[in-house]
Design a protein around this ligand. Structure first.
Ligand SMILES: [Zn+2]
Length: 368
């Protein structure tokens, strides 16, 4: 079967469309025929490699997917062949102290499909059956692929970690990324007032259509401080939602209210920053780290998305063979919403030199 592979870590050039054996399900696993898979920043980290990351090459990338169950292991009862499913890509042991508390993303052996085992950028993938959930009927195939990792991450950050309540004000940095957009939709659903930032007027216009209350275009982070102080009458926001990392870290302490929360899940702009300890204790702030989510987070997220008929924003759909173009778009931060791959369209772009090309065409079946 076709899969997007790496044989070693590196830049975009190390991505290859290759042929790998069809996966077989272990006793507690199911195989899904992937109908669509979505990109995440995680895929860039996996491709580039990180200290301590040891992959078995060739490695199939990809964490998000929706598809149809095509085979199940001997002990699987939760799904059957033919079921339309989405994948919770978080892998946990089920036995450690944290799993037994229900905190699966704190598992001592926590892993992710596409990082710890072969990923979803393929025609089929084998996964633990316990990680499969029914595909929400109101979502298109592309939207269903775009949902899991981003919405799970945003749900846990806002609801489980920061404990957002109706009427609070949330600042979301860098609107346009999948997790930031999921946070916007979930925060509005929960009755929050939402301020979003971007250096792109086009992205801010689109965020307004998604019910962002205020938008801040910034050239430097001091612009964010001034704008948030103005918008909140000098008080600051209740929650800062940060997927950006080092670039926005310092300003977070200037825009959060006394007793407020800073919740973070990513380090796109770098992992190291100074902490203003004085501001932290004097203003009685809470800093909350967050990683993906538990099965309970996933179930509650899915319940909310289904009840409110939320639609994840899909930026574009690429053929599996256009993986380099798709990933280049994400690396340049050009996207608004999720970039989705269709594994059954395998146009080979190995000879293309431009990484800025727009997708040739939207694939109607996936965006319908
Ligand atoms: Zn565990």
């Amino acid at each position: 079967m076709n899969a997007a592979l790496i044989f070693h870590h590196g830049e975009l050039d190390c991505l290859t469309l290759g042929d790998v054996p069809e996966p077989k399900p272990a006793a507690t696993e199911a195989v899904i025929a992937v109908r669509a898979a979505a990109l995440n920043h995680l895929d860039i980290w996996v491709r580039k490699g990180r200290p301590g990351l040891q992959l078995k090459f060739p490695h199939v990338l990809g964490s998000d997917a929706t598809g149809t169950v095509s085979a199940v292991g001997d002990h699987v009862q939760s799904v059957k062949v033919g079921d339309e499913v989405i994948l919770n890509p978080g892998l946990s042991c089920g036995q450690c102290e944290y799993c037994r508390r229900g905190e699966h993303s704190e598992c001592t052996a926590f892993g992710i499909v596409g990082l710890s085992r072969a990923g979803t950028f393929a025609e089929s993938v084998a996964v633990p059956a316990a990680n499969l959930y029914p595909k929400p009927e109101h979502l298109s195939i592309a939207e269903a692929a775009a949902l899991p990792l981003a919405y799970l991450t945003a749900w846990r950050m806002l609801m489980t970690r920061a404990k957002l309540i109706a009427g609070e004000t949330v600042l979301i940095h860098g609107i346009g990324g999948g997790v930031a957009l999921a946070a916007l939709e979930l925060a509005k659903l929960a009755g929050a007032k939402v301020i979003v930032t971007s250096s792109s007027d086009a992205k801010l216009e689109r965020a307004k259509k998604l019910r962002a209350d205020h938008t801040v275009n910034y050239r430097g982070v001091s612009d964010i401080e001034t704008a948030v102080r103005d918008l909140t009458g000098g008080r600051g926001v209740d929650i800062v939602f940060d997927t950006v990392g080092a670039a926005t870290w310092a300003v977070n302490f200037l825009v959060v209210r006394k007793g407020g929360r800073i919740v973070l899940c990513g380090v796109t702009t770098g992992p190291k920053a100074e902490v203003n300890i004085a501001a932290l204790y004097w203003n009685q702030l809470t800093i909350l780290g967050s990683t993906m989510g538990s099965h309970e987070d996933f179930r509650r997220m899915l319940q909310a998305v289904t009840a409110a008929k939320l639609h994840p924003v899909v930026d574009s759909v690429f053929a599996l063979g256009e993986i380099k173009d798709a990933m280049a778009k994400m690396e340049h931060g050009d996207q608004f919403g999720k970039i989705v791959l269709n594994p059954h369209a395998v146009a080979d772009t190995r000879h293309h030199t431009s990484h800025h090309r727009q997708p040739r065409e939207q694939i109607p079946e996936l965006v319908a």
